[in-house]
Design a protein around this ligand. Structure first.
Ligand SMILES: Nc1nc2c(ncn2[C@@H]2O[C@H](COP(=O)(O)OP(=O)(O)OP(=O)(O)O)[C@@H](O)[C@H]2O)c(=O)[nH]1
Ligand SMILES: [Mg+2]
Length: 322
């Protein structure tokens, strides 16, 4: 089976265009919607979120996702900036491969304004003759709100979706997100970025085979931007357990690094018992001087062979870098 996988990896490489292009991902929406907070939470810069001020104009950050260069644009949403973007669509909207439109669902009075600006953005895409998929983040959908105002929120969202559907835009997708539910942001962003990546299916297969080999109920591989590059879950409960635990392990790992414990930790692994299961956390280095990846395994027993991990890491290396 492993041989088959190697074959398909080699095959896919031949098909690939030689030059990696840059993908432009644009975050837009009204001011105070939470765009910059979402971006910072993925970088696990939680302390910066507390002291955020409004973004001035368009801020661009470059990062690497599975060896592909991503240009992330954060378009500050204050009125004066919005006017400037709409006057100058070439400069701000052109080349957008993916648009993420963030709406604060807690700010009911501003929903009509959010819908109106959404339509303005669509108009710019039309002018530029581009049709990027738009992912609408129904943001600030905090866990507490989910508990206390489930019905009210559901109605608000149904209404909102109806209004956006009227635009007849081809590809609109929805995610309910909150920075207080870090998993919701990780899941949304990982799915969006993986959709840009032709090799994601093979990564998924590699992970599934590895999970079976080590008799694991669930495996997640995460990159340094907290993005899931592939996963396997035995069932929905496992999926929930693993996605809910991912932020916990990443922040724990960050704090070890911060205090300098990581030097020894990098070699070993963390095994934590939660909910009667063993969570095994391991950093994997696939390339020298490149950001590491992280592996989280869920198992009944804490047994784990080094060789299995090595052969898995080699397959991933082959897939991502060679
Ligand atoms: N309750 C709640 N508050 C959030 C959430 N995400 C962001 N916020 C808060 O919303 C406020 C605005 O967040 P920003 O990230 O600065 O918003 P923005 O969309 O970047 O705003 P501009 O830069 O002006 O366009 C901040 O006070 C955040 O703490 C969330 O999921 N839930
Ligand atoms: Mg901002």
């Amino acid at each position: 089976m492993e041989k088959d996988l190697k074959q398909s990896i080699l095959y896919l490489k031949k098909e690939e265009p030689a030059k990696p292009e840059v993908s432009k991902i644009m975050f837009t929406g009204l001011d105070d919607a939470g765009k910059t907070s979402i971006i910072l939470s993925l970088q696990r810069e939680f302390s910066k979120i507390a002291i955020l001020s409004p973004t001035r104009g368009a801020q661009r950050r470059m990062f690497d996702f599975l060896g592909k260069e991503i240009a992330e644009w954060d378009l500050g949403g204050q009125m004066s900036y919005r006017i400037a973007y709409l006057k100058n669509p070439d400069k701000y909207f052109d080349g957008t491969e993916v648009a993420i439109y963030v709406i604060d669902v807690q700010n009911k009075p501003r929903i009509p304004e959010a819908i109106s600006y959404f339509k303005d953005v669509l108009e710019q895409f039309k002018k530029l003759e581009i049709e990027p998929p738009i992912y609408v983040f129904l943001h600030k959908f905090d866990p507490a709100l989910r508990r206390s105002a489930q019905n009210e929120m559901e109605n608000l969202i149904i209404d909102l979706k109806d209004k956006l559907r009227e635009t007849k835009y081809k590809e609109i997708f929805y995610y309910e997100t909150s920075i207080y539910d870090f998993g919701s942001i990780i899941t949304a962003m990982s799915e969006i970025l993986l959709s840009l990546y032709p090799k994601s299916e093979l990564i998924e297969k590699t992970i599934i085979e590895f999970a079976k080999k080590v008799e694991s109920e669930g495996v997640v591989v995460i990159d340094d931007n907290s993005l899931i590059i592939g996963s396997y879950y035995k069932d929905d409960e496992t999926k929930h357990l693993l996605t809910a635990s991912t932020p916990y392990f990443l922040t724990l790992h960050d704090s070890f690094q911060y205090t300098g414990v990581s030097e020894q930790r990098a070699e070993s692994r963390m095994i934590v018992q939660r909910f009667g299961k063993n969570f095994i956390f391991k950093q994997i280095e696939l390339k020298k001087d490149a950001a590491p990846y992280y592996l989280i395994l869920l198992k009944e027993d804490p047994v784990f062979h080094k060789e299995d991990l090595e052969s898995f890491a080699n397959l991933l290396k082959e897939l991502l870098y060679k």
